[in-house]
Write a protein that binds this ligand. Structure first.
Ligand SMILES: Cc1ncc(C[n+]2csc(CCOP(=O)(O)OP(=O)(O)O)c2C)c(N)n1
Length: 704
């Protein structure tokens, strides 16, 4: 057999073909397999296929065609290469496998079941049903062996870059001379949809730039998406794209040729400077007489008759359902012993490594447990009162650095904006191709993939942050939402958090972003009012093990409040707290967040001078406030006080919840404008006097 991988990508330009051709010098591993072994492998592959067909048919919902097509690839990879321990899906030394085309979830569930993960055949029979471990798309934390939640196309492969970055970082810090504990690889399957999405393009560009040779993507090149043939909307030369991003590209022209798959994987494993893409030609719905190569095979159950005909074509008993032949059970079940052995060898290595490197071992344990080193917060500053104040992006920089000093696994970067977001870790090096130990990341102007990469890093025990302007959270919303869905502790930092950013104008001024981000379930959105609220925010967020957080910070200075006069900023821990109060039942409550708390305080001082009983509630994090006891909430916002004013330089949407039908909101529900901040605030009505005026209005209305 030739040792040259076929790389003629769909007859595209000769140049492409020539450039991709590789003389591998590698012989297919399994060339001399016995006919019996080949038969057994085919039986395993058909079991994967039929389980997927049966599960989708039973649910009458799901995607049968892609698992049927990719079964040989999944089999070869999991049987011959992937290192994992089904009895301990969290084993740190395992390779990571990501199914980015998450709609093909039955492929993953079949693999997990057959290789002995805690996923029973009953769970397979409950595919897509209430409370099963086999949901429509793979969900991290729900199904053992699922490394990340996939389904929104492109996310999985983008996460995989974060996984690969994390491995490189861990290796740089934890591998010692003679010890390669952290040497795992990350494999991802993806389809046309994944590779059409922008986020995967950004991710591939990052991976190629960083030379992540520990990363291997398999592209399911089946020419079919939901609407029909890919020619409807897609004519890219994928190989050339990836070569342009400095990837090693190979092409296997038949997924059913296990030896060619084997060869291509071998070549990818030998690559030392580039990530690998293996383009694999497949036929969706493989073997189904009326459904193969059709769009219907993508997302419709085959139908009972077609299932039977397909099984017949496979040489399978047509009426058997969810059949796992004993030989398959036995053969694929060997993964359990293999995995135990791998892990036990790894554990032995770990024991001797940890004896010689106790401080590294301690650090690693902290990362795994998401614990923080003792004294992690000892350098967080307290900021003295200062009327001129400081922008919260600036105070955040100081606090971030104070925390980073004591938490070595806190790391991150910006999308080409660190001089503005102030998120560089001082004195630390850049994470680059020739320095995988760096803690400062340069994600380039790629916000979407920055979020997805950060998710992948968090899923790999690091504590990552990202940074850009709040307006560009719109470019990052999908990974932020997925971080919340997965319960992973990412830190999404956003600065320039309102029209207060000034002259850059309405394209850069967030209006509806804050409230729309607050609407994401489980995500904690913080908008601290001053430097000390920033400090307290970090005290709250760092110990969180399962919750992503988002910080909205100002470009402009805000006063540092005198905490002898006003309540301690430690109230941030309750999400909202009484910051100023004239005593007794208030006539009016003024509430706000971030840069507008100063307007509430200014108005409060004026109102109490007039003899009004007033209260200011700083509300840096709505969701945290909602989590407090009913008693606390009633204390902060007593229902009998109906005269309430909320102040926030953003849309008014959402504040009714807190001000009630008698209250008023000083906000701005339309787009901003390009002008100096002073003029914007004046024209849009953000002033102490306008808050005082609104306070009088609501007090009057509440008396009626
Ligand atoms: C971001 C995103 N957009 C749209 C969808 C809906 N969707 C699910 S699968 C799919 C088609 C994917 O085609 P392909 O990757 O070729 O998968 P195959 O048909 O080969 O299984 C689409 C549009 C999605 N899941 N995610």
């Amino acid at each position: 057999m030739s040792s040259q991988v076929d790389v003629s990508v769909q007859g595209k330009e000769q140049a492409t073909v020539e450039r991709v051709k590789v003389n591998t010098g590698v012989q297919p591993k399994q060339e001399n397999q016995s006919a019996e072994q080949k038969k057994l492998e085919q039986l395993c592959i058909n079991t994967i296929r039929t389980l997927a067909m049966d599960a989708v048919q039973k649910a009458n919902s799901g995607h049968p065609g892609t698992p049927m097509a990719l079964a040989p690839l999944a089999f070869v990879l999991w049987d011959r290469y992937l290192r994992f321990n089904p009895r301990n899906p969290h084993w740190a030394g395992r390779d990571r496998f990501i199914l980015s085309n998450g709609h093909a979830s039955m492929l993953l569930y079949a693999m997990l079941h057959l290789t002995g993960f805690d996923l029973s055949l009953d769970e397979i029979k409950q595919f897509r049903q209430w409370s099963s471990k086999t949901p429509g798309h793979p969900e991290y934390g729900l199904t053992p062996g699922v490394e990340t939640t996939t389904g929104p196309l492109g996310q999985g492969v983008a996460n995989s870059v974060g996984f690969a970055i994390a491995q490189r970082w861990l290796a740089a810090h934890l591998n010692t001379k003679g010890s390669d504990l952290f040497d795992y690889r990350t494999y991802a399957f993806c389809g046309d949809g994944d590779l059409m999405e922008g986020v995967s393009n950004e991710a591939a560009s990052v991976a190629g730039h960083l030379g992540l040779s520990n990363l291997i993507w398999f592209y399911d090149n089946n020419h079919i998406t939901i609407e029909g043939n890919t020619s409807l909307a897609f004519s890219d030369d994928v190989a050339t794209r990836f070569m342009g991003w400095h990837w090693n590209v190979q092409h296997v022209s038949d997924v059913n040729n296990l030896e060619m798959l084997d060869l291509a994987i071998n070549v990818a494993l030998k690559e030392t400077t580039r990530p690998s893409l293996i383009i694999v030609d497949t036929h969706i719905g493989w073997g189904a007489p009326h459904r193969q190569d059709t769009k219907e095979a993508h997302g419709e159950a085959l139908g009972e008759e077609e299932v039977k005909l397909t099984k017949k074509a496979y040489g399978w008993p047509p009426d058997a359902q969810f059949l796992v032949p004993d030989e398959v059970k036995q053969y694929m079940g060997k993964a359990v012993e293999r995995g135990k052995q791998w892990e036990s060898e790894w554990n032995d290595k770990y024991q001797s490594w940890s004896k010689d490197n106790s401080s590294l071992a301690k650090l690693w344990q902290q990362m795994v447990e998401r614990d923080l080193p003792a004294g992690w917060d000892k350098d967080i500053p307290t900021f003295p009162a200062d009327a001129k104040g400081v922008a919260t992006r600036e105070s955040n920089s100081k606090v971030l650095n104070a925390v980073a000093k004591n938490v070595p696994f806190l790391m991150g970067g910006a999308a080409d904006l660190y001089p503005s977001t102030k998120t560089l870790i001082d004195g630390e090096s850049d994470f680059e191709k020739n320095n995988y130990a760096g803690r400062n990341f340069h994600f380039g102007i790629r916000e979407h993939t920055m979020g997805s990469i950060v998710n992948g890093m968090a899923l790999s025990s690091l504590r990552p942050y990202s940074a850009t302007f709040l307006i560009f959270s719109d470019y990052m919303r999908p990974p932020i939402r997925l971080a919340a869905l997965m319960d992973i502790p990412c830190i999404f930092i956003f600065t320039h958090d309102s029209i207060g950013l000034g002259e850059d104008g309405p394209t850069h001024q967030p209006i509806e972003q804050l409230v729309s981000l607050r609407a994401i379930p489980r995500l904690l959105v913080f908008r601290p009012a001053d430097a000390n609220e920033v400090a307290e925010t970090w005290r709250v967020i760092m110990p969180l093990k399962k919750q992503p957080v988002l910080l909205a910070l100002t470009r402009q200075n805000v006063p540092t409040f005198d905490r002898n006069k006003y309540a301690s900023a430690a109230g941030v821990a309750q999400g909202a707290y009484i910051m100023a109060d004239s005593g007794g039942t208030p006539d009016v409550i003024l509430m706000g967040t971030g840069s507008e708390v100063q307007l509430c305080i200014g108005a409060y001082e004026k109102l109490i001078a007039e003899g009004v009983k007033a209260r200011v509630v700083s509300m840096p994090c709505w969701k945290l406030f909602e989590e407090q006891s009913a008693e606390y909430k009633l204390k902060v916002l007593p229902p009998e006080v109906r005269a309430r004013v909320a102040v926030e330089a953003g849309t008014t949407f959402g504040w009714k919840e807190y001000v009630g039908s008698d209250g008023a909101v000083v906000g701005h529900a339309d787009f901003g404008a390009s002008a100096p901040i002073k003029d914007l605030m004046k024209h849009f009505g953000f002033s102490i006097d306008s808050v005082v005026e609104k306070a009088h209005e609501v007090m009057k209305a509440a008396k009626k």
